[in-house]
Design a protein around this ligand. Structure first.
Ligand code: PMP
Length: 419
């Protein structure tokens, strides 16, 4: 029997009821960073539906969505062409005894789209893809050390989880760290790895939680490539979060730097569960030799969705379109911040923006901003990079800016009350 004060059921929201039920049957009510308790007051835990750039929670409140399911929604929720491709495949079959024709077609698409890619393999989650890249690099070089940037996220598996709970030192025994965008610290880590360097694993840009985002500096990207070439090690780019949204060829292509192996997921299938590893011919043989599999890795529906998503992304230049709406949001937020006389820092590519408030070490202003904006219909995040989709139109940005003005007012009031 619970001792909790009973709240009359007619006044309790569906979300609150579901949270209470979840507490009983799901550890903590929800695991990981998706636990809404980590978000500002008022954020829903449970969602009912979504379309285009709008999501609805289980209580029927609708928001303009700036998280896009934390990345996967590239073209907008329930994009009709992606849905049609997925539905057509589902009518034929999804989870069969092996892959369908669509796997070969999708691999051909990726090899055609991504300049470094001579081949592709498929998985389900980003962590499957980053882990496969690391395994292929070790199999191909016969070495153990993997260099990773301090604070970068590559998944929730023991070798790369940001938490130490349940993780042993041995799980990460061969990881060495460097500072993103710092060629000097990279050289030091390369020296430490010595003849045992298997790979340098680096995210497409620096998007660590709660700090300003940083695009890769060209000299740093070139230094990473050079270090791998000199040591005969693999350059792995983790495109799980940024891939396709910034550049359909791969984010570092514009810097003139190509990886040997690349991990993709999130945006590649517009919300369908899929991940991919692409690689060059140097790593084809080790990719053949490692043992990888997953019960659902061949699911044909997600692959059909990915083919449609990637075709639309290329043909309609989705990265540039999202960049334009992202710039509109960024300029609008900057102008509102000035109007409210509050200083903020905006960082990252416009397609995946982050706004942090100055003098806000505990994100109190950021959280007040988000909570008020949410009440006015915009779903922002106070500390994690956000995501725009091709479904956001200028009218949606205008509406979101209106919600943001309430957010700035709340953040400003908090500052005044703190004095
Ligand atoms: N790498 C990066 C850069 C990511 O952002 C994520 C997920 N946020 C992952 C890997 C892991 O992906 P998943 O959660 O799908 O395993």
């Amino acid at each position: 029997m619970s001792n909790q004060t009973a709240v009359p059921s007619e006044t309790r929201s569906v979300d609150a009821t579901l949270r209470e039920r979840a507490q009983r049957v799901v550890p903590g009510g929800m695991w990981g960073h998706l636990n809404a308790a980590r978000l500002p007051e008022g954020y829903p835990q449970f969602f009912a539906s979504a379309e285009g750039c709008r999501i609805r929670d289980v209580d029927g409140r609708e928001y303009i969505d700036f998280m896009c399911s934390w990345g996967p929604i590239l073209l907008g929720h329930k994009h009709p062409e992606v849905q049609a491709a997925a539905d057509a495949q589902a009518a034929r079959g999804d989870c069969l005894n092996g892959p369908g024709e669509v796997m070969v077609e999708l691999a051909e698409d990726l090899v055609g789209m991504v300049p470094h890619a001579d081949w592709a393999m498929f998985q389900k989650n980003g962590g499957d893809a980053t882990t496969a890249c690391v395994t292929i690099a070790r199999a191909g070089t016969g070495r153990r050390k993997i260099l990773v940037a301090k604070g970068s996220y590559h998944g929730a598996l023991p070798w790369c989880s940001p938490s130490v709970a349940g993780v042993t030192t041995e799980d990460r025994a061969h990881l060495l760290q460097f500072e993103y965008n710092d060629a000097e610290s990279l050289r030091a880590a390369v020296a430490e790895a010595g003849k045992d360097l298997a790979a340098i694993l680096v995210t497409a840009f620096r998007h660590d939680l709660g700090r300003d985002l940083e695009l890769p500096i060209a000299e740093f990207a070139q230094a990473v490539r050079l270090a791998c070439d000199n040591a005969d090690a693999a350059l792995i780019i983790d495109e799980v979060r940024a891939g396709v949204r910034l550049d359909t060829r791969g984010t570092w292509e514009a810097l003139g730097v190509r990886p040997d192996l690349c991990a993709w997921s999130k945006a590649i299938a517009n919300g369908y569960a899929l991940a991919a590893v692409t690689g060059n011919d140097r790593f084809r043989d080790p990719a053949t030799r490692i043992f990888v599999t997953g019960s659902f890795w061949c699911s044909a529906v997600a692959m059909a969705a990915a083919r449609a998503t990637l075709r639309i992304a290329r043909e309609t230049n989705v990265p540039a379109r999202i960049q334009a709406t992202g710039m509109m949001l960024r300029n609008g937020l900057a102008s509102l911040a000035r109007q409210h006389d509050i200083s903020v820092r905006q960082s990252g590519p416009p397609q995946m923006p982050l706004m942090l408030f100055d003098d806000d070490p505990e994100f109190r202003k950021g959280r007040a901003f988000c909570a008020a904006a949410l009440r006015h219909g915009a779903f922002f995040h106070p500390a994690h990079n956000m995501f725009l989709s091709a479904a956001h139109q200028s009218s949606d940005i205008e509406r979101a800016l209106d919600a943001a003005s309430h957010g700035f007012k709340a953040a400003r009031e908090l500052g005044v009350n703190n004095r």
